[in-house]
Design a protein around this ligand. Structure first.
Ligand code: 6PG
Length: 228
């Protein structure tokens, strides 16, 4: 694991997204508010995304047009801003189907295209103040899932309180590279739980450790302040 404390962690994330897309990689985008800036930077950098495939770490069970949709955020900040001729293939989690059918559909897509050990080239994740990542919330049964790659989440542990669809730990840990982008003092405790020494086993993010890949944490000094 490598932790980099940077003034502007969104910039290297944007660069990594564009580089991976231009190589025709399999990218997993995340939701929440933090990555929006990196997505906007990546859209301005442009590049040819036409050989890439874009997946999602998690989704809220709302229509893709909803202001709560992670797809809508990524589409508005990045995917929909790319010139049509260079847009990637997008494999969206269908939140509108509900958590169980939506998760089953996504699991089938992942297995059909990438098999049971999906070696994503880049998985981008955020970190919640409660130390959740994707939609794996502390103390919830979905964190313990070891058989499936995608799970429905009936009860979210944080706002917005809508059911979710989420990649599971085995899916996240199959990645070649996982990058956490974390900013702000409200994430300092969660950072310590997930990446401190020792980690807190109750933190879902503390279990994101790629089996045969790398883990990179890009954060600002406010988020890093309790790491010691
Ligand atoms: C979601 C996310 C989630 C997010 C964290 C951090 O659907 O909410 O994918 O895992 O990354 O909640 O969110 P913020 O960046 O908004 O703090």
């Amino acid at each position: 694991m490598e932790i980099q404390v940077l003034e502007d962690p969104a910039t290297p994330v944007a660069e990594m997204l564009v580089e991976t897309a231009e190589r025709g990689g399999q990218l997993v985008l995340t939701g929440g508010t933090t990555p929006k800036l990196a997505y906007e930077m990546a859209s301005r950098a442009g590049g040819d995304w036409s050989r890439a495939t874009v997946w999602f770490s998690d989704e809220r069970c709302v229509p893709p047009t909803s202001g709560l949709s992670n797809f809508a955020m990524a589409d508005g900040a990045l995917l929909g801003r790319l010139d049509r001729s260079v847009r990637p293939e997008i494999v969206r989690m269908e939140g509108e189907l509900g958590p169980d059918a939506g998760a089953a559909g996504y699991e089938a897509e992942v297995r059909a295209r990438l098999g049971g050990d999906p070696r994503w080239d880049l998985v981008l994740l955020g970190l919640g103040a409660d130390s959740h990542c994707a939609s794996l919330f502390p103390g919830k049964p979905e964190v313990e899932e070891r058989g499936r790659l995608v799970t429905g989440v009936e009860l979210a542990g944080m706002e917005p309180q809508v059911p979710r669809i989420s990649l599971t730990l085995p899916a996240l840990n199959a990645a070649r590279l996982v990058v956490f982008l974390v900013t702000g003092a409200d994430k300092a405790k969660a950072m310590k739980r997930a990446f401190g020494d020792p980690v807190d086993p109750g933190s879902p993010a503390a279990h994101v450790r790629p089996r045969a890949g790398e883990l990179l944490v890009l954060c600002d000094s406010a988020a890093a302040k309790e790491l010691g």
